[in-house]
Every structure is written in structure tokens, then in C-alpha cells.
Ligand binder design. Structure first.
Ligand code: FES
Length: 125
């Protein structure tokens, strides 16, 4: 069996939603101290819906595929739903990740959480 699913390879080779949103309403950046990979998530939020989302990932193929899939999963979704997205759901949508690569999907979940926290902080100002 191949180490990576076709879906992982597809999102790694053709990542969706790569880039920066200049006037983002929310930005979240996280890193994994062990592997050194970094993920940054930008969101445009209107009326409690993720209108647009983009990411920049300096990391491994699984991290890129996870970010790409995560953005696809949350685009157009309400914030309450996005808050509940787990790294497991990201990995499942990718048709699985090898066990030692699960932390790459955790990075995607954490980047989303960081962006949502940033959004909440800005709302309070
Ligand atoms: Fe670190 Fe994939 S090896 S995020």
C-alpha cells in the first residue's frame, strides 16, 4: 500500500487556497517545535461565515495537504461549525495520514483555532 493516499498527493501537488489575504479579518500562525514546520491561516469573515480563507505553509507535504484540505472544509462555513473541526476530520477527508504524520493535521486545526482566537480578540476591541 502506498504511504500516502491519492487525496494527500493531489492536495500536496495542487494545494487549494494558497496565499495571503491582505485585509484579512483573522490571522493565525502556529508552529511545531519538533519538526520546525510553520502554518499561517488568513480568513475573511462576514456575518459569522468564513467568506474566504488562504494559507501559507512552510512545512512537509502532509502539512501542505492538511492546510489545503482544511481550507476547503471551512470555506463558506459558519464559525460555530469551523470551531468544531478536528485534525481527525482533516485527516479523514484526506483519506488518512500515516500515524507519524498525524501531527501535521494537528497544525491545521491549531492554525484555524489561532485565527478564530485572533478574530475574537479583534471583535472585543
Ligand atoms: Fe511537521 Fe509535517 S512533519 S508538520
Amino acid at each position: 500500500m502506498a504511504l500516502y493516499s491519492e487525496t494527500v498527493m493531489d492536495h500536496f501537488r495542487h494545494p487549494r487556497n494558497v496565499g495571503v489575504i491582505e485585509d484579512a479579518d483573522a490571522v493565525g500562525e502556529v508552529g511545531n517545535a519538533k519538526c520546525g514546520d510553520i502554518m499561517k491561516m488568513y480568513m475573511k469573515i462576514t456575518d459569522g461565515i468564513i467568506e474566504d480563507v488562504k494559507f501559507e505553509t512552510f512545512g512537509c507535504g502532509s502539512a501542505i495537504a492538511s492546510s489545503s484540505m482544511a481550507t476547503e472544509l471551512i470555506k463558506g462555513k459558519p464559525l460555530e461549525e469551523v470551531r468544531k473541526l478536528t485534525n481527525k476530520a482533516v485527516a479523514e477527508a484526506l483519506d488518512g495520514l500515516p500515524a507519524y504524520k498525524m501531527h501535521c493535521s494537528v497544525l491545521a486545526q491549531e492554525a484555524i483555532e489561532a485565527a478564530l482566537n485572533d478574530y475574537e480578540q479583534k471583535q472585543k476591541q
